[in-house]
Structure formats: C-alpha cells, structure tokens
Design a protein around this ligand. Structure first.
Ligand code: FE2
Length: 255
C-alpha cells in the first residue's frame, strides 16, 4: 500500500473537449493514486461526449470551470458571436443526460485533502483586473485566489499556461492546458505531485482526429472561415489564435 505522503497525484485542467489530448496524458501516466481536475471539460469542443465519458470514469476531485458553468446555463451564451453560439448548441446536442449530470456535479473551488496533502483547488478565474492569471500578473491577484487560512499549496488552471509562482508561504501551480494550448505548442500539458513536490509535464498527441471531428460538425458548414480558424488553433497550439499575451509568452518559452 502506498504511504499517503508518497502518493502520486495527477493534475489536469482545461481539456476543452479534446479527448485525444486527455488520452495521451493517461497513456503517458498509466499509474497514479489520485486525480485532480481543475475545470473546463468540454466547450468549445470537437469531441465533447467522448471527453466527458473518459473524464467521468476517472475518480478524484473534479472542479467546475467557467466553461462548465456555461454548459449547464445556456443563457450565459446569449451575447456570443454566431459561430460560437452554433458550436455551443452542437456541443450541448452531443451530450447525454449522464454527461450533463457529470457537469452539474463538478465541485466548487476550495480546500481538499488529496493523497494526504492539503490543497486549495480552483479553476483560477482572477478576482482582479486581469482575466487570466499569467506568470507576470500582479502578486495581489494571485493572493486574491485564496484566504490566508486556506492551504498554502494552490492548484489552478484557466490561463492555459504552465507555470508556478511562490509568494510568501503560498505556492501557486498551473499545470497548463490538456486540450487547448495557447503558446504555440500542440502538446497536452499537465502536472504531477510526487512526494509532495509539483512537477510540470507535457506529452505530444495526434491532432488529426480532432480536425476530422471539426469537419464533421454539420452546423459549422455555414461558417467555413470560422471552422478553418478553429482547426488551425488546435494544430498550431495557439488555442485562441496568434494574439497577445500568448505570442509573447511563447517567445519567452512558456508552453
Ligand atoms: Fe479553459
């Protein structure tokens, strides 16, 4: 039996309906004792149902992300541009009642005991001026994620960049994104906690099935330019297009 403090915890986040990338992570880390998922399971998404089915089989702590909230609350997409709305509707139509049940049961941000460690788990939406917490975001915005009494080891996602930061006693770890990289590397990023230490890892995967899945989404026939752009984001690893701050972060060597 593994001693709790020596257990291996797999940390994944921001899969965004990319089953190929999730499978690559699981193939790469065949054995682990505990799993933490930090949110954003599906949309925007070429393989929504396949992803939820694989993800929901993994026992562990699964945290709710902003895109998961959108999935269970359709009114949040009212003002989205048309192609995104059409894609979102297609994603919903692909999901079964059980898939929605999984999304509704995702857990809130908070302190959790995982593999004998006290961890603060959150999706990582900034409470300050910036939308995403990035390596150079103000310290105050990192500290605003938690209260003083929360665990000193904070795991968060949402910004899709693999990095860590230490502020006083608090250590902040972002495993990066499994399925929608933004810094120009089409790899699946994740983290592993072993013997109490956090390690960043990444693994390549084949994007061909994703592109095929995108071209099989019939409602997107109406938006060929959007579909081409969407496919390009996944194959290039610039998950929201080649734009700031991701291009600068890519130049600085972040993945
Ligand atoms: Fe995300």
């Amino acid at each position: 039996m593994t001693h709790p403090l020596q257990s291996k915890i797999l940390v994944i986040s921001d899969i965004h309906g990319n089953r190929e990338a999730l499978q690559a992570v699981l193939d790469s880390e065949r054995s682990f004792d505990e799993l933490v998922f930090l949110g954003d399971a599906v949309a925007p998404s070429p393989q929504p149902a396949e992803t939820v089915q694989l993800l929901s089989e993994l026992s562990g702590i699964h945290i709710c992300g902003n895109h998961d909230r959108v999935m269970v609350n359709e009114s949040m997409t009212e003002n989205w541009p048309k192609p995104w709305k059409v894609l979102d509707e297609w994603v919903r139509s692909s999901l079964s009642t059980n898939d929605f049940e999984y999304l509704r049961e995702l857990r809130p941000d908070g302190n959790y005991k995982v593999g004998g460690k006290d961890l603060y788990l959150c999706h990582g939406e900034s409470k300050g001026q910036t939308r995403h917490l990035l390596p150079h975001s103000p310290m105050s915005e990192f500290l605003a994620l938690t209260r003083d009494e929360d665990s000193d080891m904070v795991l968060f996602g949402h910004s899709h960049v693999q990095f860590q930061k230490r502020i006083g006693n608090k250590r902040f770890f972002n495993p990066g994104s499994v399925g929608q990289n933004r810094c120009g590397n089409p790899v699946a990023c994740y983290g592993v906690i072993e013997d109490g230490e956090f390690y960043h890892r990444h693994v390549p995967y084949d994007t061909t099935p994703l592109i095929e899945a995108i071209y099989a989404i019939e409602p997107l026939n109406e938006f060929p330019e959007f579909r081409e752009w969407f496919g390009e984001t996944l194959t290039s690893g610039f998950g929201v297009g080649k734009s700031e701050p991701w291009t600068t972060l890519a130049d600085q060597g972040y993945i």
